[in-house]
Design a protein around this ligand. Structure first.
Ligand SMILES: [Zn+2]
Length: 267
């Protein structure tokens, strides 16, 4: 089975017949998704979209052996928690589900059987889990959900201890990746520590505890940041981005071969 490589890995770069022919190789259709939302005063509104797009490009560039077709990055996501902040442009939850249903159905018409969401925005995560199941149920797709960087409030690792497990938005990890990928859009002179330590005074309530609370980003800090971007560095961003790309490549390799009801085939 030949993989789809080079610029042909991008759906928008090939013709319709070429796309149909590529589908016969049963590639993973990869849908990057970000957000246009407030990220504190130091990061651009498109931070998540730029990261999702960069990661999709990096994985097919560095791993041409992967059998993947990259769909155009979906810039808008579900950003209800940042709607208080100017510049945030959010789809509603029902709208985003409907958009993903339409996109998934369209890939099926192109011959797709495997569909992966690549998410760069924590606020999308729970809805994308629903979408992955709905696309499976409604269209028979084999669906997957991958993360550029799963934050602690969505079940990801706690991150740098200096953020007390609360570095979920605009903090060390995200600002570091931004400094690596698009430093010209970052203004570190405006970066300020905003760790909502009060959350950890509760024992039964909080992220990934017995019960959760609903929150908007300005419930966590006045700036809308949850984390400490002053500790960010481009070098840390380079390392964490490279590790995430490798992790995604490993996941995509298994997705291309994944079959319900049986373990991976070994060469
Ligand atoms: Zn973000």
């Amino acid at each position: 089975m030949r993989s789809v490589t080079g610029s042909a890995a991008y759906l928008g770069n090939v013709s319709g017949p070429a796309c149909r022919a590529a589908s016969e190789r049963d590639p993973v259709y990869l849908q990057p998704i970000g957000a246009v939302e407030h990220h504190g005063p130091h990061l651009p509104l498109a931070t998540d979209t730029l990261i999702a797009d960069a990661m999709a490009r990096a994985v097919v560039t560095e791993h041409p052996e992967l059998n993947v077709i990259v769909l155009p990055t979906l810039s808008y996501g579900l950003s209800s928690e940042h709607l208080w902040a100017p510049g945030t442009i959010s789809l509603g939850a029902a709208t985003l589900l409907a958009v993903l249903d339409d996109v998934g159905a369209s890939t099926v018409r192109a011959g797709a059987s495997r569909f992966c969401l690549l998410n760069a925005h924590g606020g999308n995560t729970h809805l994308l889990r629903v979408a992955a199941r709905e696309l499976r149920a409604r269209h028979g797709l084999t669906t997957f959900l991958a993360h550029c960087d799963l934050p602690p409030d969505n079940g990801g690792p706690p991150g740098d201890p200096r953020e007390e497990g609360l570095g979920i938005h605009g903090g060390i990890s995200e600002t570091s990746v931004a400094l690596h990928l698009f430093p010209e859009l970052v203004d570190m002179s405006l970066a300020e520590r905003a760790v909502p330590s009060w959350i950890n005074e509760y024992r039964a309530l909080g992220f990934e505890r017995g019960a959760e609370f609903g929150w908007l980003s300005n419930d966590l800090s006045a700036s809308g940041v949850a984390g400490d971007p002053t500790l960010a560095s481009a070098e840390h961003g380079r390392e964490s981005f490279a590790a995430a790309v490798e992790g995604l490549a490993a996941s995509l390799a298994e997705m291309a071969d994944f079959t319900y009801g049986q373990g991976p085939r070994r060469p």
